[in-house]
Design a protein around this ligand. Structure first.
Ligand code: DAH
Length: 354
C-alpha cells in the first residue's frame, strides 16, 4: 500500500514539470506501459493474502485512473501552449469596437425635418446641379444684377440652355421655392427643402459645400405674423423654450419685405455678458458679444417670384426663409469654431463629440 502512495506522489510531482509531448509519452510508458510501474505493482498481488487483494486491486485501479486523467489534462495543456495564437480565453473581457455616430449635420437634418413635419411641412430635396434660371432669374435676380454677386457660384462647363441658362451647383436652397410651386401647381404649399449648397469659398468661416434648409408657405391670406410664428416655433423646438427671436429689416431680391432673423444667444441668455464666478467684472459673451445670434434670411415672397412659380400673386401670398444647417447646429451646441472647416475634415476627435 505504501508503494501505491509513493508511486502516486512521485508521478504527481514529475508530471508537473513536463513541458513536451515527447516527455509525456515517456512518462506514460514508464507508468502505464506493459512493463511499467503500475503493472509491476499489480504483479506483486501474488504476495498478498486473499483479504488484502481486494483492497489492493481497488487502490491500484484508482491510481491507474488518476494517472490517465492527469496525462489527459497535461496533453490538453500542452496543446494549448502549442496553439497559443489560436487559443481563446473565453474568460477575458471582450474587445470593444469603436461605435460610429452620425455627423452633426445629419443630426440637424433629421431634427429639422421632424420639427417641421409636426406642423404639416413636407420635406423636399431638389437638384444640386441646377439651371441658372431656377437659382437666379426666377428668384427676381436677372443677369447682371448686383445681388447675384452675393451668391458666388460654381458653373458647370456645359453649353447654356436657351431658356434656363447655364448649369450651376445650387448656391442656395431658394431654387427649391420655384420647383415646389411648379410641382404643386397651386397652393396651399408648406415645404421644407433641405439640401447641399455650393459656393467657391474656403476659409475659416466658409466651406465650399454647406447645407441650408428653406421653409416656404404659400396660401390665401398668408402674412408676416405666420412667418414670425413659424420661426418662433422652430426656435423653441430646436434651441429651447427660453429662446426668443426678432426680425430685423434687410434686403433680399426674392422677398419683400425682407428680414434677417436673430435669436437670443443660449450661452449668455441674450444678455451679451458672462459673469465671472468670483463676482469680478462681467465679460462679453464669447459666442455672440451682443446677446443675439443671426439665424439667416427670410421675408414675404416677392410677387415676381410667385409669378415665376405660376402662382397668382393677387390671390395668394407666402413667406420663405433660408437658414444654414452648420450654423444652427453650432448655435445649438453653443459652439464657436475657430475654423468651420473642421466640420468636413473627417477628424474623428471632433466628430466623436456629437
Ligand atoms: N437664399 C438666401 C441665402 O442663401 C437665404 C434666404 C434669404 C432665403 C431670404 C430665403 C429668404 O428664403 O426669404 O443667403
Amino acid at each position: 500500500m505504501t508503494e501505491i502512495s509513493s508511486i502516486k506522489s512521485s508521478f504527481e510531482s514529475i508530471i508537473k514539470k513536463i513541458k513536451s509531448n515527447n516527455d509525456l509519452d515517456q512518462l506514460q510508458i514508464k507508468y502505464l506501459g506493459r512493463k511499467g510501474l503500475v503493472n509491476n505493482l499489480l504483479q506483486s498481488i501474488d504476495r498478498l493474502t486473499q483479504d488484502e487483494r481486494k483492497d489492493f486491486g481497488i487502490k491500484i485501479n484508482e491510481l491507474k485512473t488518476l494517472i490517465k486523467h492527469l496525462i489527459k489534462v497535461k496533453r490538453q495543456e500542452l496543446l494549448k501552449i502549442e496553439n497559443a495564437s489560436d487559443y481563446i480565453d473565453i474568460t477575458l473581457p471582450g474587445k470593444k469596437y469603436p461605435k460610429g455616430s452620425l455627423h452633426l449635420v445629419t443630426y440637424g437634418v433629421e431634427e429639422i425635418t421632424k420639427i417641421f413635419s409636426r406642423i404639416g411641412f413636407i420635406r423636399m430635396s431638389y437638384p444640386e446641379v441646377e439651371w441658372e434660371h431656377y437659382s437666379f432669374e426666377a428668384l427676381n435676380m436677372p443677369k447682371g444684377h448686383p445681388a447675384r454677386d452675393d451668391f458666388e457660384t460654381f458653373f458647370i462647363d456645359e453649353p447654356a440652355h436657351p431658356k434656363y441658362g447655364k448649369m450651376v451647383l445650387t448656391p442656395h436652397t431658394s431654387s427649391g421655392q420655384i420647383r415646389e410651386m411648379q410641382r404643386l401647381g397651386k397652393p396651399p404649399i408648406r415645404m421644407i427643402n433641405i439640401g447641399k449648397c455650393y459656393r467657391p469659398n474656403w476659409d475659416t468661416s466658409h466651406t465650399p459645400m454647406f447645407h441650408q434648409f428653406e421653409g416656404m408657405a404659400v396660401d390665401m391670406g398668408i402674412n408676416i405674423t405666420h412667418l414670425k410664428g413659424t420661426i418662433n416655433y422652430f426656435a423653441k423646438e430646436f434651441f429651447g423654450e427660453n429662446r426668443k427671436i426678432r426680425l430685423r429689416p434687410f434686403h433680399f431680391q426674392f422677398t419683400e419685405p425682407s428680414f434677417e432673423v436673430d435669436i437670443t444667444c443660449g450661452v449668455c441668455n441674450g444678455t451679451g455678458l458672462l459673469r465671472n464666478p468670483e463676482g469680478s467684472e462681467a465679460q462679453k459673451c464669447r459666442l455672440c458679444k451682443s446677446g443675439w445670434l443671426e439665424l439667416g434670411g427670410s421675408g414675404m415672397i416677392h410677387p415676381n417670384v410667385l409669378k415665376s412659380g405660376n402662382i397668382d400673386s393677387k390671390k395668394y401670398s407666402g413667406w420663405a426663409f433660408g437658414f444654414g444647417i452648420e450654423r444652427v447646429m453650432m448655435m445649438k451646441e453653443g459652439l464657436k469654431l475657430d475654423d468651420l472647416r473642421i466640420m468636413y475634415n473627417n477628424d474623428i476627435r471632433f466628430l466623436e463629440q456629437f
